[in-house]
Design a protein around this ligand. Structure first.
Ligand code: SF4
Ligand code: SF4
Length: 394
């Protein structure tokens, strides 16, 4: 018998997938209604029926490195039509959760991020770091300004602390950057290792299952394909093909573009401070400030809409800790960002610094634990969609 047809069930894998929200997977009796109903499954080897049988047989290797689980956008059309209530949309979501923790190293950190009991331990790390940095800024600011020079240390034109309330008077922007720049390097490294393995597994599976005719991955051609996929992601083309959860596209788009807007703001401020010697905080009339405010408001509205949609669908769709963790972070980051600014403009240093402290902790959560949380889907789905296009998986 060829290796292709050998079945080596991983019973722990079945339990894990069921625990991640795929508890109904055993109800499937392989009628294939779901694969016919799915608006975005390709004609050649469509999903999710084949993933349902592989999951119930515990075929971990076949599923973790399966690009198709990422092509699913969890519209729920298949779950609504499934005659057995097997909820294939939720099973694929559980498989994606499992795949994220499988590819992100170290795995122990991934387990912690996805364990609700470890939430406060993970929160204590940035809470202690930023508390220490606040003490050092407030009590050792003039000492540091003496070493680095006032202009560099305070990020002001006159080399003195910003007169009045400013987040950087509470925790120096230097300190904040000293935390987040190494974190960014760590996150990129974890993703790079994970993606290298993911792409290799995806290609191996695609060849084995006859989903592609391309023997090898041409890196240059693969990267060129990314250019054609990104506009489709930006337009949310897959979401709009949904029947059941079509309204998710607006909320998802708001959150995605808010993060892009905030990323642009952070990059511009970083360049302004370190290369153009521009002081902070920016005037309310500055276009970058407008972009920050519009992105912050859109993030909150998009997050609230997503929470509402999950609550409205609680009978039909499983919501796991991973879903609520990410939505909680989105709302906390948006809310505390806006409240920090409002309390600064309102003249309350105590409220401004308290909200800023919580804001930094939540941004640390999002950033440092990104390769292990549901947020990692941005990276894995983009790569899987690019691979599908590259492999001519129609
Ligand atoms: S998940 Fe439901 S619709 Fe899909 S094959 Fe199984 S029983 Fe049929
Ligand atoms: S949830 Fe939607 S996109 Fe995913 S498999 Fe089901 S029908 Fe297809």
């Amino acid at each position: 018998m060829s290796e292709k047809y050998m079945v080596e069930p991983d019973l722990q894998f079945i339990d894990d997938v069921m625990g991640l929200g795929g508890e109904s997977l055993k109800k499937c009796f392989q009628c294939a209604t779901c694969s016919v109903a799915c608006p975005i499954a390709p004609e050649n080897k469509p999903f999710p029926r084949k993933e349902m049988i592989a999951a119930s047989w515990g075929l971990k290797d076949k599923l973790v490195g399966n690009g198709d689980i990422w092509l699913c956008h969890q519209c729920g059309d298949c779950s609504t039509l499934c005659p057995r209530g097997a909820k294939p949309g939720d099973v694929l979501a559980a498989l994606r959760s499992y795949a994220i923790t499988e590819y992100a190293q170290p795995k122990a950190l991934g387990k912690m991020v996805n364990d609700p009991k470890k939430f406060w331990t993970l929160t204590a790390v940035p809470a202690v770091i930023f508390a220490l940095l606040a003490i050092m800024t407030m009590f050792g600011g003039s000492f540091m300004a003496g070493i680095f020079g006032g202009e560099l240390w305070y990020h002001t034109h006159d080399g003195n602390p910003f007169p009045g309330i400013a987040a950087s008077n509470f925790i120096s922007s230097w300190f904040v950057d000293m935390i987040f720049v190494p974190l960014a390097i760590f996150v990129v490294t974890v993703f790079a290792i994970g993606l290298k393995n993911f792409i290799a597994d995806m290609h191996k599976n695609a060849l084995l299952e006859g989903k592609t005719a391309k023997e090898k991955i041409d890196v240059k051609e693969f990267l060129m394909t990314l250019k054609t996929v990104l506009p489709k992601i930006a337009k949310h083309r897959q979401f709009t093909q949904c029947g059941e959860n079509r309204e998710r596209s607006t909320a998802h788009m708001m959150v995605l573009f808010s993060f892009i807007g905030l990323f642009i703001v952070t990059s511009v401020v970083f360049v302004g401070v370190y290369f153009l010697h521009q002081g902070t905080p920016y005037s309310q009339l500055n276009p970058i400030k407008w972009l920050a405010n519009v992105s912050g408001v859109a993030l909150i509205i998009g997050g609230v809409l997503m929470v509402k949609q999950r609550l409205d669908k609680k009978e039909d769709q499983v919501s796991s800790y991973k879903d609520w963790y990410l939505l909680g972070l989105v709302l906390t980051i948006g809310g505390t960002g806006m409240l920090t600014q409002m309390s600064r403009l309102g003249g309350s240093a105590f409220l401004c610094y308290t909200f800023y402290y919580v804001h930094l902790i939540s941004v640390f959560h999002l950033f440092a634990y990104l390769p292990y949380s549901k947020m990692a889907h941005i990276v894995y789905r983009t790569v899987a969609m690019t691979y599908a296009e590259y492999a001519e998986r129609k």
